[in-house]
Design a protein around this ligand. Structure first.
Ligand code: SF4
Length: 417
């Protein structure tokens, strides 16, 4: 069975490096002007070249996102950006706008075009349309089921297929949401979504005959978050996707932190490697994914129609709201260096206190180690406790830790979902 490519988001050069070091086969990134991450995105034309160089040095792939739906004003400048990007020879451009796709195909017919999830490609006829336009790959809509992916694969054998398997998802069909525009004048299709669907909303019932009487509808103890979707997690279906013949599995999250990139990459890498070795799915990997924050996980639309075949605990998750933040670990820091006396230095991200349990994750390997926090050092002074956000601190770790090892404070024992 062919193992799909593991494709990770890269919102900054460091996240890109970490994603690759923790197991990604490919990364995607793009400049804010034409990509759907206009904010919290450190890539510009001038540093894309270094990204390509780093990825190539590791024998991996890089795709540039050009998936915004631009207005007229952005069209004239596109060719300049396109030429600069084409010179770097990325492995593909992820695109959504038919006009920009046409300009790209006309000027650089050899540059592979991947059709973005923003196009809502839901069926094999649409996939065939994009194949005839010259696309090399189609990223299917997040609203397709596994059965539909299978049928699309069977009826579209001559084009690569990519499927989202992890990360935040929209309450609306991708690319069809105007909530952010409506509430904040921030256009989701220009990469400026303000995540309006995640907010708490108040909903009232009003009887027109009793003007003063309003009844608030509250859906949980925490409030009403009717539009806040849980996060996608399809790691337990990777063997199915591989058997179907999906070419690439994709993780969402260019705006998420480097710890997220590392943890998701290492866990999905392990799951794919297990498939390659003929092993069945290790349900312990579900708890590995709880080491990053989520709004609780579900398998999205992929398992629609399969409810009777899902384990009871997963079925329960399908029906919960996504407002509950869940995680078993807090990100504590990413190691920059370790001195000869064992002190590791990192920017502190959460409160650490003597006696806390820390799990240490290493680039290039799945196995982690646990250590206990002792004294902490900051600017030549020793502390028993320090708060996150104060900058660089030192902590003794009784074993070697390389640059880009991640430290996470254990806050609860992961429970198998
Ligand atoms: S507001 Fe929510 S549903 Fe709409 S585009 Fe943004 S994340 Fe997606």
């Amino acid at each position: 069975m062919r193992i799909p490519e593991l494709l990770l988001p890269a919102g900054s050069p460091h996240k890109l490096r970490v994603a690759i070091e923790y197991g990604a086969d490919a990364v995607y990134c793009g400049v804010p002007r034409y990509s759907l991450r206009a904010r919290e995105n450190e890539f510009r034309l001038h540093n894309l070249g270094e990204a390509v160089e780093f990825v190539r040095s590791r024998g991996k792939k890089i795709y540039f996102t050009v998936n915004a739906i631009p207005r007229n004003s952005k069209v004239p400048g596109y060719l300049r950006y396109l030429k600069a990007m084409a010179e770097l020879k990325p492995d593909g451009l992820i695109m959504a706008d038919p006009g920009l796709i046409m300009i790209t195909r006309d000027n650089f017919p050899d540059l592979p075009v991947h059709i973005s999830v923003q196009t809502n490609t839901m069926n094999y006829a649409a996939v065939e349309f994009w194949r005839r336009i010259g696309a090399k790959r189609v990223i299917l809509s997040r609203e397709v089921t596994l059965a539909e992916v299978r049928e699309i694969r069977e009826k579209s054998p001559d084009i690569e297929i990519e499927v989202f398997v992890h990360g935040s998802i929209c309450i609306a069909h991708s690319g069809r949401c105007f909530m952010s525009n409506y509430f904040k004048n921030r256009d989701a299709n220009q990469g400026a979504c303000n995540n309006a669907c995640r907010d708490q909303y108040q909903i009232f019932l009003k009887n027109p005959e009793k003007e003063d009487a309003q009844m608030e509808l509250i859906s949980s103890d925490e409030g009403t978050f009717l539009m806040n979707s849980k996060d996608l997690r399809a790691i337990e279906f990777l063997d199915t996707l591989a058997a179907i013949g999906v070419d690439s599995i994709k993780v969402e999250g260019r705006t998420k932190n480097d710890y997220y990139a590392a943890m998701i990459a290492r866990t999905y890498r392990r799951a794919l490697d297990d498939i390659g070795e003929g092993k069945s799915f290790d349900r312990g990997l579900l708890t590995e994914l709880d080491k990053v924050a989520s709004r609780k996980y579900f398998s999205g639309f992929l398992t629609r129609g399969m409810e009777d075949r899902l384990p009871a605990d997963e079925l329960e998750f399908q029906n919960e709201e996504g407002n509950t933040r869940y995680q078993s670990h807090y990100y504590a820091g990413c190691v920059k260096r370790q001195d000869a006396d064992g002190i590791a230095w990192f920017d502190l991200k959460t409160r650490l206190c003597e006696g806390d349990q820390i799990e240490v994750f290493f680039p290039g390997q799945f196995d982690s180690l646990i250590t206990t926090v002792g004294r902490l050092w900051r600017q030549g002074t020793e502390y028993e406790v320090l708060s996150g956000g104060i900058g660089e601190i030192g902590m003794h770790i009784p074993f070697p830790v390389p640059e880009n090892a991640f430290l996470a404070r254990v806050i609860r024992t992961p429970v198998l979902a």
